[in-house]
Design a protein around this ligand. Sequence first.
Ligand SMILES: C[S@@+](CC[C@H](N)C(=O)[O-])C[C@H]1O[C@@H](n2cnc3c(N)ncnc32)[C@H](O)[C@@H]1O
Length: 230
Amino acid sequence: MTAGKDAGRGCFLLCRVCFSEYTNRMPRPDKTPTPDQLICDFTGGAVGHRFRFGGGRGQALARAVGMKAGKTPSIVDATAGLGEDAFLLASLGAAVTLIERSAVMHGLLQDGLARARDAGGDVAAAIDRMTLVHGDARVVLASLSADVVLVDPMHPPRKKTALVKNKMRLIREIVGGDEDAVELMRVALATAGRRVVLKWPRLAEPMPGIPAASHRITGKSTRYDVFMVG
Ligand SMILES: C[S@@+](CC[C@H](N)C(=O)[O-])C[C@H]1O[C@@H](n2cnc3c(N)ncnc32)[C@H](O)[C@@H]1O
């Protein structure tokens, strides 16, 4: 994705946000997503609910990165997106560096992090463990050191229309399909201190050209392929 394309998509999105202020007041005959649903929000919705009532270190992602009682790895989230996975890990005590290459997504993240910090309390404490970097992880990873690198590129598109899928559709409009994910995985495997965790659709084939995972943790719709490297 070039910076020009990314900026172009951002302008397009902004226009649609303005337009949706008008159209949202009208009845919607279908479930077409509106761009103003694309907000980085760590305090409300499903993310806020998971923060307050989530399953702690027993959750699949926490187990995949190797969190145990008394063991908290440092983490780089190489594909930050809306920061939801990174926030979950930070809320469990990990220091997380988030890398995002899309200027639009990076802007949404900056905004969400600032609002969550202003909210204070436990949420702000988790946000303080998160460091956001703007750049391409294939380049940035070499200058960082962390126990774990988390890689969650855009997944192949699916047809379901649930809200979470709509959110992914909007992100796809901005960032495209992450066709260079294999290259990112290679860099992650070469730079991670202990392990790389690839978040991938539950039923998808393993990523081509990448060694077999050491083990796998499978969730409802996604799975975590864990590659031990240390
Ligand atoms: C599926 S989303 C990640 C969602 C994220 N795990 C979350 O919890 O919100 C993929 C994101 O990774 C970003 N991305 C993909 N490849 C990247 C790279 N090489 N460097 C930095 N960001 C990348 C995309 O721009 C997109 O925002």
